[in-house]
Design a protein around this ligand. Sequence first.
Ligand SMILES: [Zn+2]
Length: 294
Amino acid sequence: MKIGRIFTGLLLALLLAYPAVAEELEAIESIPVGKLKVLALTDARGSATAAILPELSRFPEYAPLFANGPLSVVNRAFYLEDGSRKILVDSGWGLEQQEKKGHLYALLKVAGIEPASITDVLLTHMDFDHIGGLVKDGKPYFDNATLWISQPEYEAWLAGNIQKRPEEKIKLAQDMAAIYKDRIKLFQFGSEILPGITAIDASGHTPGHTAYEIVSGPDKLVIGGDLMHIVEAQLPKPELSAIYDMDMEKAAQTRIRLLQQAVKDKSTFAGMHMEPISPVYERPDGGFMMRQPR
Ligand SMILES: [Zn+2]
């Protein structure tokens, strides 16, 4: 009886502990890009309803997508290692935001990456679900890192010239910028900001929204930031913009331009809120498709 109780206790402890560990391991995916080590880190999972794409009702064939309720949407950051350079692209939710807690810190720990070893953080943009992990207890979490932000993005948030975002999220971005101020480097679209990493104009979602093109050997990876929020509909119908896109028309043009370029370059394409990480293919009807997640 006693032994039985100990076993029950052990099993309970394992069940309580193991799913969390398993979840963290599952949330790390390795992407082959030349000689680089590249990891996709799923910081959190949220959900999205059809209301995110206001024009979706023009395409009734996509209504069944939501037949079983909201879709699951990932929130990702990426880690790139190139020799001594250790780079993060975005930083997830962080621990201090009310709505959700990100797993980025735990994932880095599981992957054996010390926060102090991060040399550079590249931001796709300054929305709260991308910058939250940068600050812990009012201090930089990546305290040796240079923080790279596109000039138009930085200037728009600092001036409060931001559409469709609540006051407190604008303040969160401004506070983060103040905390990192000595180590922020601004860049222009089109510049190679680090060897093999070029900043691509992906504006529309936000004024300085940036995609990163990473080249190593024959391989090319494009990290497209928030180019798509519901990939199941926006890949085949890239003209559909999300309510979160500050300039919906520009966001649609950008989406089409980047996807066309990825097809042409045979790039692997990834994003912060999309599950698939794969090359992009053109569909006969003008839309695009990608491979299902592995
Ligand atoms: Zn986002």
